[in-house]
Design a protein around this ligand. Structure first.
Ligand code: ZN
Length: 322
C-alpha cells in the first residue's frame, strides 16, 4: 500500500520474481520524479496507477524517471510509459536498456569464456536460455540523461548521486543532504543480502568486474555517510545502517572462510564449490549461485587466502595449510 514517508511517496509494486514486491519512490522536486519503474507485467502497471492514485497522483504527473540500476524488476515497466518520458540513470544502464547486437554477442562470448573457466561449460545452453528469458523482462528504452558520482540529478535540488556498484554495475543511490534520507536501490536491504551479480566486462575493458569486492567497497563507502533513513528497493525502510553493514560483511567473510576450509583439503573448480555451497539451489538458480560463488573466490584471492591454477582452460582453486 502506498504511503508518504516524510515528503517522499513509497509505492509497492508486485513482481513475478522470487524477490517479491519492489518499492518505487516519488519525490516532489522541481520535477515530479519517480525512482525506478517496476517490472514489465500488466499486474505491475495496474498497481502503479492505483498506488499513485492513493497518493493523489496520476501517471501524467510524473515528469521523469531516475533509475537506481538496470535490473528488470526496476526498469521493465518503462515500456508501458509514454515514449517521451525522460529516463535518467548511470551510463552503465544503457547497454542493458538499449541492447545492441554487439552487446548481446559480447555477452554470449563472455559466458562461453567464463563457463569454460568455471568448469560448467556443459550448462552453457541452460544458462543462456535462462538469461535470454530474463532479457524479455527488460525494457527497450534509452537514457535521456546520464548521472554519475557527486551529481545533483536534474530537477532534484539538494539530492546527490552516490555510485554503489556491486549488485549491478549501473547501481546508484540518492542522498538528500539536508536530512540524510537515502534512496538506496538494492545495495543495502534490511532483510537480505543482495546477489553480487556477475556482468560482462565494462566498455573498453577485458576482465569482468569483481562484483563482490565492489559491493564491499560500496558498503564501506556508505558507512562514511550520515544516512538517517534508508528507503530500499525491496522490503521495509530502516535506520540501523551502522549495524547492518558490519553484519553483512561478517556473514560474507564467514561464508568465504568456509570455502577456504574446503580448499585446504582439495582443489576445486567454481562449479564444484557452487554445488557444495548451494546443493539444492544451484539447479534452479545457476546464474545467481555461480555469481555468489565466484564472488567468494574473488574475495579469497584478493586476501591471498587461496591460489588459482589452470588446467585445459578450467580454473582450479586451492589453499595451502598455513
Ligand atoms: Zn537488482
Amino acid at each position: 500500500m502506498a504511503q508518504w514517508i516524510n515528503d517522499i511517496g513509497r509505492l509497492v509494486i508486485p513482481t513475478p520474481f522470487p524477490v517479491g514486491d519492489v518499492n518505487l519512490y516519488v519525490i516532489k522536486g522541481e520535477k515530479l520524479t519517480l525512482i525506478d519503474a517496476g517490472p514489465k507485467t500488466e499486474e505491475a502497471w495496474v498497481a502503479l496507477q492505483s498506488e499513485l492514485n492513493e497518493l493523489g497522483l496520476t501517471l501524467s504527473d510524473i515528469e521523469q524517471v531516475i533509475l537506481t540500476h538496470h535490473h528488470p524488476d526496476h526498469v521493465g515497466l518503462l515500456d508501458y510509459f509514454p515514449a517521451d518520458m525522460q529516463i535518467i540513470g548511470h551510463p552503465l544502464n544503457e547497454r542493458w536498456l538499449n541492447r545492441t547486437e554487439d552487446f548481446l554477442q559480447q555477452n554470449n562470448d563472455f559466458y562461453q569464456h567464463v563457463l569454460t573457466e568455471f568448469g560448467l561449460i556443459q550448462y552453457y545452453d541452460k544458462v543462456m536460455t535462462r538469461l535470454h528469458s530474463e532479457l524479455a523482462y527488460f525494457c527497450d528504452r534509452s537514457l535521456a540523461q546520464e548521472i554519475c558520482e557527486g551529481d545533483e540529478p536534474p530537477g532534484l535540488k539538494g539530492w546527490r548521486v552516490i555510485e554503489t556498484p556491486g549488485h549491478a554495475q549501473s547501481h546508484i543511490g540518492l542522498l538528500r543532504e539536508s536530512d540524510g534520507i537515502y534512496i538506496g536501490g538494492d545495495h543495502l536491504l534490511a532483510h537480505i543480502s543482495p546477489n553480487p551479480l556477475m556482468e560482462p566486462p565494462l566498455p573498453g575493458q577485458s576482465e569482468r568486474p569483481k562484483s563482490l569486492l565492489q559491493y564491499n567497497e560500496s558498503l564501506d563507502k556508505l558507512s562514511r555517510y550520515p544516512l538517517a533513513l534508508v528507503l530500499p528497493g525491496h522490503g521495509e525502510v530502516f535506520t540501523n545502517v551502522n549495524e547492518i553493514i558490519p553484519q553483512r560483511k561478517k556473514a560474507q567473510h564467514e561464508r568465504a572462510m568456509k570455502v577456504k576450509k574446503w580448499l585446504m583439503e582439495e582443489s576445486m573448480t567454481v562449479f564444484d564449490i557452487c554445488k557444495r555451497l548451494f546443493p539444492k539451489a544451484y539447479k534452479m538458480q545457476l546464474p545467481l549461485t555461480v555469481s555468489e560463488t565466484i564472488g567468494q573466490l574473488d574475495y579469497l584471492l584478493a586476501m591471498g587466502e587461496v591460489n588459482e591454477y589452470k588446467k585445459d582452460g578450467v580454473s582450479f582453486y586451492s589453499s595451502q595449510m598455513r
